[in-house]
Ligand binder design. Structure first.
Ligand code: MRU
Length: 337
């Protein structure tokens, strides 16, 4: 079965897959104002670093169409979520175009947003092809969070590698971390692989060590929200623990990163802002409290995996190997501001 598009420009609005309704309902939001796009990013109706970036680009188009103050829209969209650098990457590209005369600005912005979206499709496909080439036949892959087609405008990153490996007869099985607290693995990745008939099993995040100890995992594949200049990687909370377990068990740990996720202006992982979200995301599930009312919780949405735990960074240019600083510096990328 074909997957729904994560987002689509209708000519006058941004049609956005509402990821919060999955896996129960495939429904779409019809957004006509930039503030609605920012809200959709904050509330996680759209999530996954590449999808967030492309959605923000369309948010700038909506701002221009509604005659909003563009600097305010750019700042508001940029502030929606702090960790995924794809957001700033897409907004920097849109901001560059804002120097054009206002009479043609909207058309130019539409063309640029279309180009950013098309780039994402092209980059993710190239990344996936490089990723599949790494995998041994019959491999069992472990995945964290959600990195599939709906997390991008294209075929996804790590989950795209898994899906393509299955269709090319390389993958035997996918293990999916459920990914507390927002359960992207159980709700989104498992749904996406189900639509594609890829054999998969959801595990609680804490089960990955046991699974590796039993020799049931041949490779770990994750996405990322930002790669720093030294190769440290920000990704969904729990990724670092997974990398440590993979190292302890001799399992290769690969990060999938399109160029839009690479931020050479950030020196290392310690310089990456980690988004902290509400305590209720931990103390309640689906709005139902699971802890006593006075229990406090700490909810960092992302963590940092140090470069030395990463076996390779899979990009559209190929697979980067340590030392990452040099490998990343050599890439033909537009740098972040
Ligand atoms: O908080 P989310 O759901 O937006 O976090 C998503 C992740 O951390 C993904 O793993 C990452 O963005 C990679 S998307 C290809």
């Amino acid at each position: 079965m074909a997957l729904p598009l994560s987002l689509e420009w209708t000519g006058s609005s941004l049609r956005l897959l509402d990821q919060r309704q999955l896996p129960h309902r495939v429904s779409f939001l019809e957004l006509t104002r930039w503030q609605e796009v920012a809200d959709a990013i904050v509330s996680m109706a759209v999530r996954g670093a590449p999808a967030i970036g492309v959605a923000a680009a369309w948010g700038v188009v909506l701002a221009a169409r509604e005659g909003a103050v563009l600097s305010e829209a750019l700042a508001g969209l940029r502030a929606a979520r702090p960790t995924a650098v794809n957001l700033g990457w897409a907004l920097d590209r849109m901001a560059e175009a804002l120097g054009v005369p206002s009479s043609c600005a909207v058309d130019q912005l539409v063309a640029l947003a279309s180009c950013i979206e098309a780039d994402d499709r092209r980059l993710t496909q190239a990344l996936v092809d490089h990723g599949v080439g790494l995998l041994p036949t019959g491999c069992r892959a472990l995945h964290h969070c959600h990195t599939g087609a709906i997390a991008t405008a294209g075929v996804g990153t790590a989950l795209g590698v898994i899906a393509a490996a299955h269709s090319r007869g390389v993958l035997r099985h996918a293990w999916l971390d459920e990914t507390r607290p927002r359960l992207q693995g159980a709700a989104l990745s498992a749904w996406e692989l189900g639509q594609l008939n890829v054999p998969c099993t959801v595990i609680v995040d804490g089960a990955s060590g046991l699974l590796m100890r039993r020799g049931e995992v041949d490779v770990v594949l994750v996405g990322c929200d930002r790669v720093a200049a030294n190769g440290d990687v920000a990704n969904k909370i729990g990724t670092y623990n997974l990398a440590l377990a993979a190292r302890a068990h001799g399992v290769p740990f690969y990060v999938c990163a399109p160029g839009s996720s690479i931020d050479r202006s950030t020196a290392d992982g310690d310089a990456i802002t980690i988004e902290e979200r509400s305590e209720q995301e931990i103390t309640a599930i689906g709005g139902v409290p699971i802890a006593a009312a006075d229990v406090r919780a700490w909810n960092p949405a992302f963590d940092i995996t140090p470069a030395h735990l990463i076996s390779g960074i899979i990009t559209e240019f190929g697979v980067l190997r340590a030392p990452y600083r040099a490998a990343l510096a050599a890439l033909p990328l537009m740098d972040q501001r």
